[in-house]
Write a protein of this length. Structure first.
Length: 445
């Protein structure tokens, strides 16, 4: 991933240095397990750990280049690493990789890296959740207009909007925890996964030390349905991120101006128009969400491999694993910052809420007339007639409010008490259940 959309902690997980250190740990743990169960001398396992650790403690780009040069000759990445490691360990290196196959190292290493990445993403989600929660409680009763199809519907609160996003990202966190469990598997089962040349106890030993679970049937590789679930989960999280970003972008439009991204004192919005305050961060997040989702299809296609294994998935994963996790890590941190610093304009929300002359209360008026004895068809006709009169003439000289048009309607005049109509036009009914919803989302706080 390009540095512009990368954070060092996540990027380091996918570095060659980290990958080779994990490879060394897998190979060394396997040797220690074999020594534990009497397959190789304990002194040899100790020497492998000691000499290998010394080499890995100073491992740097020079060593990576040395391994790359070996790979140019042997055309096999694991063999290149083992060749380099053998030079550092000496005679006892004959016990390294004993009974194992390359995928035992590659797939188990990928599991470790995905778990490491997942743990960072879980921390990122907590940042997003905390930022959303802050806005939800701060604006718990801040009235705003709810919209359906982009059109004013009925009043809600900005806090309820945020509570909905909090619930969604909470579900995303649960999904990511499950996805972490899906990929936290280990395979040390040898060629075609039959344990013909290695004791299953070695796999159990290695997996327990790496906090992984042995793969029940590896077929030499870990089945890629697990990885498909992982990347599908990242895709869902990205879609939730985009949904919230689009909400902010819409509410920042000049015609709406209910919220906006924080605009720094020295920030410039346009090279040509000095007045511009553009939602550049949430537009950026929308684009990054597309990148994360684009990795889902290749991950799904990686599931269908030939027989016990092939490597058609390998080139895909070398790209989507780092790029997907690095991009989402960056994006979630940006989203948390955007929400945490979001500028909210309650006064503008109130202006927009009242801008259509009260027609947003048509639903409650409809119910009120039905309760007063009118049929639903009669009530709907009366309410829609008054609402359309208000909607189409509100900005004209003869325009009247929804209340005025209702009270002047001959089918209501003198039949329905004015106080009943006025009660139906109050905002309060739309916030009566806010506490109930917040309890559902946040529990007893």
């Amino acid at each position: 991933m390009i540095p512009r959309y990368s954070r060092p902690e996540m990027t380091s997980i996918w570095s060659s240095t980290n990958r080779y250190r994990i490879w060394f740990e897998i190979e060394t743990l396997a040797c220690e397990a074999m020594a534990e169960y009497g397959y190789i001398p304990k002194e040899s396992a100790q020497a492998i750990r000691q000499k290998g650790s010394q080499a890995m403690s100073t491992f740097n780009n020079h060593d990576v280049q040395a391994i790359d040069e070996i790979e140019l000759k042997v055309r096999h990445d694991v063999i290149a690493f083992l060749t380099w490691l053998a030079e550092k360990i000496g005679e006892d290196s004959r016990f390294v990789h004993l009974g194992m196959t390359s995928s035992d190292v590659l797939d188990t290493c990928l599991s470790v890296q995905l778990v490491q990445a997942c743990d960072i993403l879980l921390e990122d989600l907590d940042k997003v959740l905390n930022a959303i929660k802050k806005q939800a409680f701060q604006h718990k009763y801040t009235l705003t207009i709810g919209r359906s199809h982009g059109i004013h519907a009925e009043p809600t609160t900005f806090g309820l909007k945020m509570a909905g996003y909090y619930a969604e990202f909470s579900r995303n966190k649960d999904r990511l925890l499950q996805a972490r469990k899906e990929v936290a598997t280990c395979t040390i089962s040898g060629a075609v996964g039959t344990y013909a040349h290695i004791d299953p106890k070695i796999e159990s030993y290695v997996s327990s030390r790496l906090c992984l679970t042995p793969e029940p049937v590896s077929t030499q590789i870990i089945p890629r349905d697990r990885h498909a679930v992982f990347f599908a989960t990242l895709g869902v999280i990205a879609s939730s991120m985009e949904r919230l970003s689009i909400e902010i972008r819409h509410l920042q439009r000049s015609e709406v101006r209910e919220v906006e991204e924080y605009f720094h004192p020295d920030q410039k919005g346009s090279s040509a128009m000095p007045h511009k305050r553009n939602p550049v961060l949430t537009e950026n997040l929308t684009g990054l969400a597309r990148i994360v989702r684009s990795h889902v299809i290749p991950a799904l296609e990686n599931v269908a491999l030939w027989h016990e294994r092939d490597i058609s998935h390998s080139s895909v994963e070398r790209m989507i694993c780092p790029d997907g996790t690095i991009t989402l890590d960056f994006a979630l941190n940006r989203l948390a910052s955007v929400v945490d610093n979001l500028v909210v304009y309650p006064e503008r929300m109130k202006i927009n809420l009242d801008s259509l002359g009260g027609v947003v209360h048509s639903g409650e008026v409809l119910l009120t007339l039905a309760k007063a004895g009118l049929t639903r068809e009669q009530a709907y006709k009366i309410v829609q007639r008054s609402a359309m009169e208000t909607w189409t003439k509100l900005d004209t000289v003869e325009g009247k409010s929804f209340r005025e048009n209702l009270l002047n309607d001959p089918e209501i005049m003198g039949i329905i008490d004015t106080t009943i109509i006025d009660k139906a036009l109050e905002h309060s009914i739309h916030i009566d259940k806010v506490d109930y919803i917040f309890k559902n989302v946040f529990g007893n706080i």
